[in-house]
Ligand binder design. Structure first.
Ligand code: ADP
Length: 295
């Protein structure tokens, strides 16, 4: 009896050691795949904000769409694991990610745009994800390493609000990350909100492409006058104080809300709008970013 127990515990120990070894091999392979995948993508950008609801995801997807409309090959990664909204915004909610011969196949949005989101892996959008840091890091590692991103000009990554596990993992997993784009709103508090993101990126030695001020002014649909609903200039002031490029002011645009809800990206539908002109300016700044290394 005692001998049998000893045998069992030896077997358990052996299989534990075996599993541990296998895990190390799998991890190493994933690291290599991640490196290889990232080497095929010229520009990797992280969009972040310190608070939720400032329009970070809206900016991220519209920038991706705008770049793709301008003949660039673009991928968008929804790195917001707890509250993924990219799938809804791009209209692929409910679509599941499929496995291919070389890895996970991203969702095709248009001929130049592909996307990956946690929303395509979880059963229902009401299901909360209860994960700690290391698991999130692993999930992002798989999104970067196991997805067949192919050759891309840009990979835009939409991180959740704040400076937590997800943006930190991305910065650590992609040492050659080209930079961060910070989204804020026009209020005075924008300065404090942006400061955290700026310090976060600077501490990690990640370049900052600039600050975008979103929800900046509203054109009254009746009289055409501008109303500074959330004041104006907070993002611009923050950029000035931190010595960063100010990328542009995106106004409050009712069509932006509607297109988000309909899953039809604003920039595809309202190419000639005033708001589209601002996106045009931001995209030009991104394309001509002076500290480029990937071209
Ligand atoms: P975040 O990613 O910062 O949480 P979202 O991009 O999800 O913010 O935007 C929150 C809400 O605000 C969405 O309903 C979106 O349509 C809306 N929104 C974002 N930017 C604008 C804008 N410039 N004008 C009007 N609505 C906007």
């Amino acid at each position: 009896m005692e001998e049998e127990m000893l045998d069992n515990s030896n077997n358990n120990l052996q299989s534990y050691e075996q599993r541990k070894k296998e895990k190390v091999v799998v991890n190493k392979k994933l690291d290599e795949k991640l490196k290889e995948n990232m080497s095929k993508i010229k520009h990797k950008l992280l969009v972040l904000s310190n608070k939720g609801g400032v329009g970070k995801s809206s900016i991220a997807i519209n920038l991706a769409c705008y770049l793709s409309e301008n003949s660039f090959k673009v991928g968008i990664l929804d790195a917001d694991l707890h509250g993924p909204s990219v799938a809804k915004m791009l209209g692929f909610e409910g679509k599941r990610l499929q496995g291919g011969s070389k890895g996970i196949i991203p969702i095709t949005i248009s001929s130049n745009l592909i996307a990956v989101s946690m929303a395509s892996l979880i059963e229902t959008s009401d299901m909360p994800l209860i994960w700690r840091g290391p698991l999130k890091m692993m999930a992002l590692k798989q999104f970067l390493g196991d997805v067949e991103w192919g050759n891309l000009d840009y990979l835009i990554m939409d991180s959740p609000p704040g400076t937590g596990d997800e943006p930190l993992s991305i910065c650590q997993l992609i040492p050659e990350l080209e930079g961060g784009i910070i989204v804020t709103t026009p209020q005075e508090v924008a300065l404090n909100d942006s400061r955290k993101c700026v310090n976060f990126l600077r501490n990690l030695n990640i370049p900052i492409l600039g600050i975008v001020e979103n929800m900046s002014g509203l054109r009254c649909p009746h009289c055409g006058k501008n109303i500074d609903l959330f004041k104006s200039g907070g993002g611009e002031k923050a950029a000035l104080e931190f010595g960063l490029p100010f990328l542009g002011k995106i106004p409050i645009d009712i069509n932006m809300v509607n297109s988000t809800d309909e899953g039809k990206p604003y920039i595809f539908k309202y190419k000639n709008s005033e708001t589209a002109q601002v996106f045009n300016k931001i995209v030009k700044e991104i394309i001509h970013y002076p500290n480029r290394t990937g071209d």
